[in-house]
Design a protein around this ligand. Structure first.
Ligand code: FE2
Length: 244
């Protein structure tokens, strides 16, 4: 078995208000992902972001970013796979990472609060394409799901977020209590933070990672490094200077 490292929570837009992607910003993020040794990144852009469709279609349909296309509709940037995804704000204000193919993502209702945890699960199940659900930063203020037990029945993993490592014990205990794996997500919006927390999966073959490997992976776990808190702090300062 081979270990693969994925940042399963990456944004390529600076904010929800950004209407069009900046492809040189995307290149910076992917260059840092490559230098950081990631095998893949999941683009869990806010589905309600003004630029969501422009970003996802630009990447995976119109190939406006210089990366190789894979047969499964994903991309490869010098060996770092790029998978489509979305971050949804559910009706209870909690955030959910949705990992599936692009047509399914683009078929979803993009209005914040449009889904509950069970309605998004049923919607994706009815669609028939493989999917994976990750509960994002559940102990972040205002983002805690209303029903943790129901969440545990419907999601695949509990995220350990780079931006909340001070509460890491709470996330890992919840995952244990719900009998779920963990994931590591940077929640990066700029190149500084990408890879600050990572998901480890084990695959049989040492070839380049496919989205199907990630979606079908079991027993996922998280990892981070001693620089993670520093990267998050620097990225916050950097991003504030850009959106000010
Ligand atoms: Fe996020």
């Amino acid at each position: 078995m081979t270990e693969k490292k994925i940042d399963t929570h990456v944004h390529l837009l600076l904010s929800k208000k950004q209407t069009m992607p900046n492809w040189s910003d995307v290149k910076n993020i992917m260059d840092v992902a490559l230098i950081g040794g990631l095998d893949a990144v999941c683009i869990t852009e806010h589905i309600e972001a003004a630029g969501y469709e422009a970003l996802m279609n630009g990447l995976f349909v119109h190939h406006l970013f210089d990366a190789a296309s894979s047969v499964d509709g994903t991309l490869s940037y010098n060996g770092v796979a790029i998978f489509p995804g979305a971050e949804l704000e559910l009706a209870d204000k909690s955030n959910l990472g949705v990992h599936t193919d692009l047509p399914t993502l683009l078929s979803l209702n993009r209005t914040p609060g449009a889904y509950t945890i069970d309605s998004i699960y049923e919607t994706l199940k009815a669609q028939g394409t493989p999917f994976k659900l990750v509960a994002h930063h559940v102990f972040w203020p205002g983002k805690t799901p209303a029903d943790m037990q129901l969440l545990g029945e419907l999601v695949d993993a509990i995220e350990v977020p780079a931006k909340d490592l001070i509460n890491i014990e709470k996330y890992t205990k919840l995952a244990r209590d719900l009998n779920l794996g963990t994931t590591g997500g940077s929640d990066a919006h700029t190149f500084i933070q990408v890879g600050a927390c990572q998901t480890i999966i084990r695959v049989k073959e040492a070839r380049e990672l496919k989205q199907g490997d990630w979606i079908s992976s079991e027993a996922t776990c998280h990892t981070y490094c001693e620089q993670s808190n520093r990267l998050v702090a620097m990225a916050k300062i950097h991003r504030q200077s850009l959106v000010a």
